[in-house]
Design a protein around this ligand. Structure first.
Ligand code: FES
Length: 387
């Protein structure tokens, strides 16, 4: 997700609501469907997936995009689920182009044809990001729960460059594929990618269900950091590499989403406006829908967006922390997942009373037996080997 988050741009209009200042988001993540042929055990979608019948219509998405452009949003990231599962994707991309939005397609690639990719490029698509689950089919197809997926991704990545679009490779890393990182870096170079995101799993939703099977050891994380730093130096000017260490091994929390409701929002398939992709994992919050209100109204007035905006909501030790406006207290979804209260300090912070406990749990799980995955699906998950 790091590519979605930018500092507020110069000249961005600033709104003031309930004593909290925040900018107009530069980018929006549009999860146009939760349908997906892959079943990744760390999927960032909520465990309660939204069905096809609940999805916004083509016209509703177009209206939402027009409203984004009117607000001053610059980029739309079409995501899912698998966004190419929507038959109207080309029409949606064309509308994004017409209203002046830069458009990025975040895809598993397995449903794309060369012809569809060319149509998307003609409609004005600006960029493609393809997820990979490993450097070779054995691990990659097992993690994604989709036979033949890795080979198809390689093929589509080449088509992306052939039609002249920029390419980012997103590699989600965990204890069962981290050893393939050097080959993944080589693969990104061979595919002529512009950027590689080495994305360590974030543990909420589906990934939390699979935490023991995914959590790397501290030694693995240290090794990964060395590999990434060496590659960043060696490939300067050839491949940009983004890398964030897993929260469980950090001392300071990340500035999640650039701060809750500060720089970014996400629209779910049915139109709910969320401060992040995982916000629905926090129980008891109500998220307003583009079906009921304009995006501008929601951005300014949504009680859920205002709840953890700024710094007024913070408990101690965040409230008196000199870094509170650097990290905005970290991740609310992680605080909820690990402490049961989203207003607690993110346990990734060394000053959280929960920090030691989660660090120890991570170490124990990472050195325990690598358990089987629970695959993501509409049935609430299926253990590996039982499909
Ligand atoms: Fe929701 Fe961090 S993912 S606030």
């Amino acid at each position: 997700m790091t590519d979605l988050l930018e500092e507020p741009r110069d000249g961005a209009k600033t709104l003031a609501g309930a004593g909290k200042s925040y900018g107009i988001p530069m980018s929006v993540l549009a999860e146009i469907t939760h349908r997906c042929p892959l079943q990744c055990p760390y999927c960032s979608n909520p465990v309660e997936l939204e069905r096809a019948g609940a999805e916004l219509t083509t016209e509703e998405w177009k209206r939402a995009m027009s409203e984004m452009a009117d607000m001053g949003v610059l980029q739309i990231h079409f995501s899912g689920g698998e966004p190419t599962a929507r038959k109207d994707l080309v029409e949606l991309v064309r509308h994004a182009t017409e209203v002046g939005l830069y458009s990025n397609l975040i895809t598993s690639a397995v449903l794309l044809t060369r012809d569809k990719l060319a149509q998307l490029a003609d409609a004005g698509l600006s960029h493609v990001q393809i997820s990979f689950q490993g450097s070779e089919a054995g691990i990659a197809d097992r993690v994604g729960g989709f036979k033949g997926g890795h080979a198809k991704k390689l093929e589509v990545a080449r088509w992306v460059r052939e039609v002249g679009l920029p390419l980012t490779i997103n590699a989600v890393m965990h204890r069962q594929n981290l050893h393939q990182l050097p080959e993944i870096i080589d693969m990104a170079v061979a595919l002529d990618a512009d950027r590689l995101e080495v994305a360590n799993v974030q543990y909420y939703g589906w990934a939390l269900k699979n935490r023991a099977a995914l959590m790397p050891t501290e030694e693995q994380v240290d090794w990964t950091t060395r590999i990434v730093e060496e590659a960043q130096e060696r490939l300067r000017g050839i491949l940009a590499i983004d890398y964030v260490i897993p929260d469980y091994y950090a001392l300071q929390p990340k500035k999640c989403m650039g701060g809750w409701g500060q720089q970014f929002f996400n629209i779910s398939p049915s139109g709910k406006v969320l401060p992040c992709h995982a916000a629905e994992s926090i129980t008891g919050l109500h998220f307003d829908s583009v079906r009921d209100h304009s995006l501008a109204w929601i951005w300014e007035n949504s009680p859920a967006l205002n709840l953890y905006r700024g710094t007024d909501w913070m408990p101690e030790p965040c409230r008196s922390c000199p870094k509170k406006e650097e990290d905005f207290g970290g991740c609310r979804c992680q605080a909820f997942a690990l402490t049961g209260d989203a207003s607690n300090p993110d346990p990734a912070c060394v000053f959280s009373p929960f920090h030691e406990q989660i660090f120890r749990a991570a170490k124990e799980e990472a050195t325990g037996p690598a358990e089987r995955f629970i695959y993501r699906n509409f049935a609430g998950g299926t253990p590996e080997g039982e499909r």
